[in-house]
Design a protein around this ligand. Structure first.
Ligand SMILES: Cc1cc2nc3c(=O)[nH]c(=O)nc-3n(C[C@H](O)[C@H](O)[C@H](O)COP(=O)(O)OP(=O)(O)OC[C@H]3O[C@@H](n4cnc5c(N)ncnc54)[C@H](O)[C@@H]3O)c2cc1C
Length: 385
């Protein structure tokens, strides 16, 4: 049988996981990535139950667990450390059947890369033209290269070139009025209560990693702008509860982003032989911690259906409603949580959080992560074509 060919545009978490899945389903895959050399991103990530199930389906769950730490989130706190809502550490795992894992992004990226046959990923390959019938041009050091594929997976991120080319009518990303900082504290051997902390228009989250490292993120309401090089954390966080000031003080390099998302849902993720995946299809705010987890879901579903008759239509109909619902919920949680500024609204929110029974809070948190890959993949069967 002649292998079907797939070109994946973008070597982020979405593109690499799609490449692994398609490869295991028998596709001959090439990944085109514009950067010449992958630079390790100095940040972590929480892989929730849905993302971990996808990695299990790709045969990589155990490798990720070995490089990560169960994420035992204890709930939500105020800036002075008082609890708004507590969730017993093991309850989420009990409800979902698998623990969320805090992992360094570089570790996850390396695991995905090393699952691909040598030569699959071409770096320094910026895609500069694509058509709906699968013709792709990329710029290399030797000049433009033209290739064709039975399937093109556009996993080129929030500012997707492929989306702009083939969905010219679609609205682009919008800023959400939030600036975020991310850092990894290299060594931490103090006590660590894991929680998200909210104050007026601001939040701070703590995620332990392996080897004593701690990933943290902070966000405040802010208009986009200023210098991306200016990574100073607002002084207000230095007055927040322990260990927030100490974690910040112990961190070197920090990443800064003005957050954006695709606010207008796309009417289709597929055009001809081209399928959008991950942030290219549904860039969402990070408030539910689901962006990368949804990209992993896209990848395993695409790998499961792409070879079937009308497979891309099935991908579109399975992925679009779910991802757009998660994106909408994530935006709403951001508005209700970190972005809320009005003192009366904040007080009402805090009272509500005290009143909600932990069981209910748990169920709503678990809801978005409670997803299983298509049955044959969940059994680990159909990838070994
Ligand atoms: C502050 C913050 C915190 C977050 N926290 C979480 C979290 O805890 N959990 C979670 O699940 N998600 C989180 N996310 C979201 C998550 O990071 C993204 O959803 C995820 O990384 C998207 O992966 P992707 O592969 O779709 O896109 P990307 O990671 O953006 O990858 C796109 C790739 O395509 C390449 N590319 C672009 N254009 C071209 C071109 N023309 N030719 C070739 N290559 C190209 C880029 O170089 C890049 O390597 C967070 C995001 C932010 C900003």
């Amino acid at each position: 049988m002649v292998a079907r060919t797939a070109v994946v545009v973008g070597g982020g978490i979405g593109g690499l996981s799609a490449a692994v899945g398609l490869g295991r389903a028998g596709w001959d895959v090439t990944v085109l990535e514009r950067v010449a050399v992958f630079q390790p991103v100095g940040a972590g990530l929480v892989l929730q139950a849905n993302g971990m199930r996808c990695l299990d389906a790709l045969g990589l769950g155990d490798a990720v667990r070995a490089q990560g730490r169960p994420d035992m989130s204890g709930g939500a706190r105020r800036a002075d450390g008082r609890w708004l809502a507590r969730i017993p550490a093991d309850d989420l795992e009990r409800v979902l059947g698998t623990s969320a894992i805090g992992v360094h992004r570089a570790a996850l990226h390396d695991i995905l890369l090393s699952a691909l046959p040598a030569g699959t990923v071409r770096t320094g390959a910026r895609v500069s033209a694509v058509t709906a019938d699968g013709a792709v041009t990329y710029e290399s050091s030797a000049g433009p290269v033209h290739i064709g594929a039975d399937l093109v997976v556009a996993a080129d991120g929030i500012h997707s070139f492929v989306r702009r080319s083939l969905w010219p009518e679609a609205a682009g990303p919008v800023h959400v009025g939030v600036r975020a900082w991310r850092g990894v504290t290299p060594v931490w051997d103090g006590d660590l209560v894991v929680a998200i902390t909210w104050d007026r228009g601001a939040e701070f989250g703590i995620v332990p990693l392996v080897d004593g490292r701690v990933y943290w993120f902070a966000a405040v309401n802010a208009a986009p702008g200023g210098s991306a090089e200016d990574t100073r954390i607002p002084a207000r966080f230095l007055r927040w509860h322990h260990p927030i000031p100490a974690l910040i003080a112990a961190t070197g390099a920090v990443l800064r982003d003005d957050l954006a998302c695709l606010d207008e849902p796309l009417p289709a993720y597929v055009r001809g032989r081209v399928a959008l995946l991950g942030d290219a299809a549904h860039a969402m705010t990070p408030n539910l911690g689901q962006g990368a987890n949804q990209a992993l879901e896209d990848a395993v579903v695409l790998a499961a259906v792409a070879g079937q008759p009308d497979g891309l239509a099935a991908y579109d109909s399975q992925r679009r409603p779910r991802t757009q619902q998660v994106a909408k919920a994530s935006r709403m949680i951001g508005r209700f949580g970190q972005q809320l500024e009005n003192p009366v609204a904040v007080a009402a929110r805090n009272t509500l959080m005290h009143l909600i029974p932990p069981r209910l809070a748990l169920r709503s948190m678990a809801g978005y992560a409670d997803w299983h890959p298509p049955a044959p993949l969940a059994r680990g069967g159909s990838f070994d074509a």
